[in-house]
Design a protein. Sequence first.
Length: 253
Amino acid sequence: MSTFHSHIAVSIVIPARNEEDFLPACLSAIDAQETDAQLEIIVVDNGSTDKTVLIAEGHGVQVLYEPVPGVGRARAHGTRAAHGTYVLHIDADTRLPKTYIQEALTRFAADPSLVCLGGRMRWYDAGKMYNAVCWSFHMVFAPLVRFLTRGALGPIGNNMMFLKSIYDKTTGFDTNVNFGEDADIAKKLHTYGKVRLDLSLVCDTSSRRFRTFKDITRHIVNTTYLCLNKAIPYNYLSPSMWRKAKETSSIDK
């Protein structure tokens, strides 16, 4: 991790709340990146009561504290502190493939109009059949989302990279939502350039948010509402993920 802010190419922001079981592998995958780019790693602790902070500090990364629960709030806090030309948002259960960052940077270099980039997720803790369903979902549902939103949506928070200079022109992440904060910022960034979902850019992550039919249904319903530019009916994925919001929120604030 570089200590010279002017030399940092990518700031990696990881919101974390009680992620002691997943964070070590996440950080190890970042260490294994095959790139010459200088990286800055920021873990935003969102009220953990386990060893999340100790693990992050022991790894030598920057730790920020956001005491008010909420993934939107945590992502906003981390992005404000980022010094990189690009900011890469991932989750604590994300495991970046070794070439992910270099491949993402190559795509930005090849397209000056690109302001935000995301890839296809692949579940490392699910079987072949479950991953086949995930692949089919991306191949069918993702293009439909792109079509309905005229290219504004696509990248999601477990692997989303954008230009910090463009982010600073927006109002930033919506701090009032626990679902859709990634869609919200993608829409805002789309005002300034191209938002791209690249299905050939693969990111490994956990399937824990999609293990029940109810979780999958809520995800599809929420995404549908986002495409229609309406307030989402579910502001959380499951009782174990972040806190349940008291009322629905619009992503356009």
